[in-house]
Write a protein that binds this ligand. Structure first.
Ligand code: AMP
Length: 395
């Protein structure tokens, strides 16, 4: 990538502000999933080992500018200390850059680590107001962004600070995201296949449109497929349908043809009369009867999709093939997850529900890359510039 990274800078003795993604799930003060903390360790360890004074910051949840105690990062400091095998000093300041934070930073030696309080305790954070950016920046001489999940937003702690700190580079986690997603979209080993699913065409319009410029094959499943089926003149019963997007679906099918992209939509559907895991099911081909709602791709579709994936060398997947939260309607999604796990290809899972589906199937470690940012990876696939990445220094 053309952005500078932590490998391009000298940090010894310098104060380095690192924007991490410590937005971990917490129940009754206990962290229930440490994935994001573990993911941040390589960048932190590198800076510690090189003798930087490492000042960490992150948001957690949506405290909306209030110091909500249940959204404090204090438990993260404790967990980080365990992982790093050294004390992480927690600067408990309701206004983030307060007396505690300033004193903790002033007392730092080389290799020390301080964690600031939840950046969203400050209302300015999500509005990217200069005053808070300047306060954060005043603590450090170098800025490292390692939070991909917020890269599609311009906030104080990922974009605003770069107005005041000249040296702004990417951490290992954010670089890995850019490398995988960037190569997949801009420089893929072909054939490149994209699989899109999830509930709505409307939320993935720009992705479909942009990916049709890049991919060799586009597979569409999930709730969004019914709008395409309707556009093909088929009845969809009670399935999810976005009437306003039928013309758009037609346009996209025409675009695929024009671009020589093979577009796959389901040829059969597993449907039920109730939105319930134990509901009686029926498989429909050539349209769905009234009173029935499509909740998963059917067995023929699953085979066609698997076949379409066989020669893939790069695959990007965003969105489940059905209501995978209910085991009886997770079969199509699981089959795709297993098919990807068996491929000799670069497989990229683009955040959100597809990540949950892959992990639910226990196949997380079989994928080349699992994106840590649902919204950010979607915007990346839409071809948009992500402000959190644009703000970093070019190589
Ligand atoms: P999204 O947030 O747009 O990626 O959509 C993810 C959601 O789509 C999941 O909660 C799935 O349960 C849902 N979904 C997938 N297929 C269907 C379907 N056939 N009918 C209703 N919801 C679906």
């Amino acid at each position: 990538m053309n952005k500078k990274t932590v490998d391009d800078i000298q940090v010894k003795g310098k104060k380095v502000l690192v924007r991490c993604d410590f937005n971990v799930p917490i129940q009754d003060g206990v962290i229930t999933d440490e994935t994001r903390i573990v993911g941040a360790l390589p960048t932190i360890k590198k800076l510690v080992d090189e003798g930087a004074k490492v000042i960490l910051c992150s948001h957690m949840g949506k405290p909306k500018g209030e110091a909500v105690p249940s959204l404090s990062l204090a438990p993260v400091a404790k967990k980080l200390s365990e992982h790093l095998g050294k004390e992480v000093v927690f600067a408990a300041d309701a206004n983030v850059v307060g007396e505690n934070a300033k004193a903790a930073v002033a007392a730092m030696n080389e290799g020390d680590v301080v964690l600031l309080e939840n950046t969203r305790y400050r209302a300015e954070e999500t509005k990217n107001v200069d005053t808070f950016s300047e306060e954060l920046a005043s603590l450090a001489e170098i800025f490292v962004n390692d939070a991909f999940g917020t890269a599609h937003r311009a906030h104080c702690s990922n974009v605003g600070v770069t107005k005041y700190i000249k040296d702004a580079v990417g951490g290992y986690l954010i670089n890995k995201e850019i490398e995988y997603l960037g190569n997949a979209v801009n420089n893929p080993v072909r054939p490149l296949v994209a699989i899109l699913g999830g509930s709505k065409v409307s939320s993935k319009i720009s992705v479909i449109n942009n990916l049709l410029e890049k991919v060799d094959k586009l597979i569409i499943g999930g709730g969004m497929a019914y709008t395409f089926m309707k556009a093909n003149g088929l009845s969809v019963g009670n399935s999810l349908l976005e009437e306003d997007y039928i013309d758009y679906a037609k346009e996209m099918m025409a675009k695929a043809e024009e671009k020589g992209v093979k577009l796959y939509v389901p040829v059969d559907t597993v449907a039920a009369q109730e939105f319930n895991n134990d509901a009686e099911t029926k498989v429909f081909e050539n349209g769905i009867e009234d009173g029935w709602e499509g909740l998963d791709i059917g067995p023929k579709t699953t085979e066609i999709f698997k076949d379409a994936l066989k020669d893939a060398k790069t695959v990007v997947w965003n969105g489940p093939m059905g209501v995978f939260e209910m085991p009886n309607f997770a079969k199509g999604t699981n089959a795709i997850a297993y098919a990807l796990a068996d491929l000799d290809a670069t497989t990229i899972i683009g955040g959100g529900d597809s990540v949950a589906a892959v992990n639910q199937a226990g196949l997380g470690d079989k994928m080349s890359h699992i994106s840590t940012g649902g919204g950010a990876s979607l915007e990346f696939l839409e071809g948009k510039d992500l402000p959190g990445i644009v703000a970093l220094n070019d190589k």
